[in-house]
Design a protein around this ligand. Structure first.
Ligand code: NAP
Length: 339
């Protein structure tokens, strides 16, 4: 009997994020191998496979899902297609690592989790920043009371989108700044506050294609703690997160995409020697590789998956409430409780 000790991955689509970050992370991982890529266009799949050293190329996503030598799929398709292809992959008994945001709504996330459970496979949303040791360290220290009672999380994720044919500007494919980058701010806020928001408020600028090109949002948590953030497809790159409590705060630039180099964290509180601030450096890693190795350990060894799809459903419930508010001129909207 052969022991399978590497997860055999396939990727659906020739997406930029696959090419630039996740596919190479799977190829570099200690417990995975990238065995196949599928595209809607066979020639594109072949060219992509040849350039990336992927053994097999398929001309349809169905064909890849029918390959018994694929154990898991990575889904970096446009947001609107996450539900369909995750469910179809689960029915073919493939584990699924699906890009963020996991789906268009919380209800879709719940349906995807159900499909995974019914078919005995794993499903996780690919929020890679959670696997960076700096994020893990901040979350653990915040939980342990390092900043006292957390009252505010402040974050931003903006960049200037210059290509007008980008999926992020296509409303029918699930585009928009909140779906694309604001979802990180919502996720980090919920994670750092360790609870779910109950009320959401947002203001948006809607672009000519019908997506929110800029959005500013506020989430109110039980006990009155607040998270506020902004996201945009129109502003110069800004990316940071700050968590403030009664006795101190942590702040990070490049909070979601620190790259592979050392990542800095600023800790602010009155230190015993009189200093008000300390800067820590976390050694550089590939957070994408840490994510896929975690997922493969769960699939191969039954290690607990850190983030079930229900976690993604809670993120989407907050995003849905923010959108309702933004469409309603900023009126406060309740966030649906999930599960
Ligand atoms: N975690 C991260 O760091 C990160 C970063 C960027 C993006 N993302 C997420 O990853 C996903 C993909 O983003 P991306 O920027 O990489 O997208 P992209 O480059 O536009 O790629 C999307 C792929 O989906 C396939 N596709 C299927 N139907 C399509 C349609 N109707 N229109 C366009 N493409 C279609 C295409 O592959 P074929 O034509 O080959 O079938 C295309 O290459 C999104 O969910 C996004 O939120 C995550």
């Amino acid at each position: 009997m052969t022991t399978i000790n590497k997860l055999r991955w396939g990727v659906l689509g020739t997406a930029n994020i696959g090419r630039a970050a996740v596919n190479p992370a799977i190829q570099a991982s200690t417990n995975g191998e990238l065995v196949a890529v599928a595209s809607r266009d066979l020639e594109r799949a072949r060219a992509f496979a040849a350039a990336a050293g992927i053994p097999k190329a398929y001309g349809s996503y169905e064909a890849l899902l029918a390959d018994p030598q694929v154990d898991a799929v990575y889904v970096p398709l446009p947001n609107k297609l996450h539900l369909e292809w995750t469910v179809r992959a689960a029915r073919q008994k493939k584990h699924v690592l699906c890009e963020k945001p996991l789906a268009m709504t919380a209800a879709e996330c719940v349906a995807m989790q159900r499909a995974a459970d019914t078919n005995g496979v794993l499903l996780m949303e690919a929020f890679m920043y959670r696997f960076h040791p700096r994020t893990e360290d901040v979350v653990a220290r915040v939980r342990a009371g390092a900043v006292g009672e957390v009252r505010v999380v402040r974050s931003a994720f903006t960049f200037r989108l210059t290509k007008l044919d980008n999926i992020r500007l296509d409303a029918a494919l699930g585009g928009g700044s909140l779906m694309d980058v604001g979802c990180y701010c919502v996720n980090a806020s919920r994670t750092l506050l360790g609870s779910e928001p109950t009320v959401a408020q947002a203001w948006a600028t809607w672009g000519p294609t019908g997506v929110d090109t800029e959005l500013t949002g506020t989430l109110r948590f039980p006990g009155g703690a607040v998270a506020h953030f902004d996201c945009a497809l129109t502003l110069e790159r800004r990316e940071y997160c700050e968590v403030a409590g009664t006795t101190g705060s942590f702040a990070a630039e490049a909070a979601f995409l620190p790259g592979k180099g050392p990542a800095e964290l600023v800790e602010r509180r009155p230190f015993p020697d009189g200093r008000k601030e300390e800067r820590h450096l976390t050694a550089g890693v590939d957070q994408y590789q840490r994510m896929v190795e975690h997922f493969a350990r769960a699939a191969l060894e039954g290690a607990p998956l850190r983030y079930p799809a229900l976690e993604a459903a809670r993120n989407m419930a907050a995003i849905e409430a923010l959108y309702r508010s933004a469409r309603n001129g900023g009126a406060p909207e309740p966030v649906a409780a999930i599960g």
